[in-house]
Design a protein around this ligand. Structure first.
Ligand code: ATP
Ligand code: MG
Length: 419
């Protein structure tokens, strides 16, 4: 589905937001036809939403491959025994969906995959030559969130990219951790979202400090503190109040500011505790067995779509950054006469041939309705072909009020510049 006609889109737009919707991403993504709610915290990605998440995933995949991580896909239902090895069956019981089958065997639905990855790797008895090793996957995660709210920002079932890395030493782990941090920054930059790398605690994952990637937005559930001058930032859980009145502990100059933010990613230098508990050893040069050093790296891909909407919208609808927009062009044909339809059809084919993704609103609806949908759906460029545009087309960017008449070749040149 690189390009398509609006009349074939499922399910189309809706006039009103759901009554219970408070968050902007909830209202706009539902109205524009990106997501649909099955029950609290549980969402269908509709064709438009699937396209956006696929684009986000492609950006992530490219950066994971670039740092040498290998893509896999693991099961989502896990035996209790493996989670017992680290004690997390008990320790993380609140967040895990735990269930029994008809033979009374106990399972958990994946809320993360550390133990399952560690079990996989230890099976193959790696030697020092096999390390470092990094694996990643895009899978559904399940979490028993007691107050799923904020639209797609917090699901009980959601999409995550999780990566893991295994090393022979702490130094090697920390060097790779830094590489991953940079890869994450590239990902968010390519998505078009500004994030702050924020120091945080490790929750049920680790006693070490971790790093969260926080997108500043009013709808965020987290509060972060950051330096106005340098890149120092801490989240609320570890921030000590006394720090607020003082200057930045890192650069000694900047004031400390606070803001609401959405956590879109989190990386964890887990250390060797997991391997020690799970007897996950590698064979060193001298033949001795040593525990593997472990890191874990997560991005909520469905949450990221919601975060982008929270940051990029106006009263009329969504304003997607180029890189994650479901289509590049919203082509509107006005006037159902043969000449307009023929011309719009020609432009549609021409754009497709250029590899540009077009959503063509070829319905017989009025201009007002079509333009309102264009703004709501939020595709970066709107092109209009009408009896008034002659042999030109009208070009308008989503964020601008100004429309201009240009010819098709000029439009293609501009679009290729954005790529
Ligand atoms: P939160 O504090 O928001 O509950 P978390 O710190 O528990 O999130 P992590 O375990 O760090 O989440 O998971 C990695 C990433 O997965 C998060 O940074 C976030 O982007 C995403 N994520 C976590 N929980 C959810 C959820 N319930 N719905 C959607 N995405 C989520
Ligand atoms: Mg986290």
């Amino acid at each position: 589905m690189r390009s398509m006609k609006y009349s074939k889109m499922f399910p189309g737009t809706q006039k009103n937001a759901p009554k219970d919707a408070i968050a902007v991403n909830h209202k706009l993504l539902v109205r524009a036809g990106y997501i649909d709610q099955l029950m609290a915290g549980s969402w269908t990605l509709l064709p438009l939403g699937m396209k956006v998440v696929a684009k986000i995933s492609d950006i992530i995949r490219r950066e994971m491959n670039a740092v040498g991580s290998l893509e896999i896909a693991q099961p989502l239902m896990h035996p209790k025994e493996i989670w017992n090895e680290t004690g997390r069956w008990e320790k993380a019981a609140e967040v895990m969906y735990q269930l029994k089958d008809s033979r009374k065997r106990e399972f958990a639905l994946s809320f993360t995959h550390e133990e399952i990855i560690m079990d996989l790797v230890r099976k193959f008895a790696p030697s020092y030559k096999d390390l470092p090793l990094s694996l990643y996957q895009f899978t559904t995660k399940f979490r028993n969130e007691t107050r799923p709210q904020g639209g797609i920002l917090r699901g009980r079932e959601f999409m995550m990219k999780d990566a893991y890395s295994l090393h022979t030493s702490e130094a090697d782990l920390m060097a790779f951790y830094e590489i991953m941090k940079q890869a994450y920054l590239k990902i968010f930059e390519r998505v078009g979202l500004e994030v702050k790398v924020t120091e945080a605690s490790g929750g049920v994952f680790t006693e070490n400090r971790t790093h969260e990637f926080q997108a500043v937005a009013e709808a965020g559930e987290d509060t972060i503190y950051f330096c106005e001058k340098c890149n120092w930032a801490e989240n609320k859980e570890i921030f000590r109040v006394g720090e607020a009145v003082n200057k930045c502990p890192k650069c000694g100059e900047g004031k400390i500011l606070d803001a609401r933010a959405i956590e879109v990613g989190n990386i964890f230098p887990l250390g060797k505790g997991y391997a020690e508990k799970m007897n996950a050893f590698y064979t060193d040069k001298d033949g001795s067995k040593k525990p593997m050093w472990f890191g874990s790296y997560g991005i909520g891909t469905s949450r990221l779509m919601g975060a982008v909407v929270e940051v990029f919208h106006d009263a009329k609808g969504i304003k997607w950054p180029e890189a994650v927009a479901p289509f590049q062009i919203y082509l509107v044909s006005l006037g159902a006469g043969d000449p307009e339809m023929r011309k719009a059809g020609e432009i549609y084919s021409l754009l497709q041939k250029e590899g540009i993704e077009v959503l063509w609103d070829e319905t017989d609806r009025g201009a007002g309705e079509k333009f309102a949908d264009a703004d709501l759906i939020g595709i970066p460029v709107r092109l209009v072909v009408s009896p008034k545009t002659g042999d030109k087309i009208e070009w308008k960017r989503r964020e601008s009020d100004k429309a201009e008449l240009i010819d098709a070749r000029e439009a293609i040149m501009r679009l290729n510049n954005y790529k």
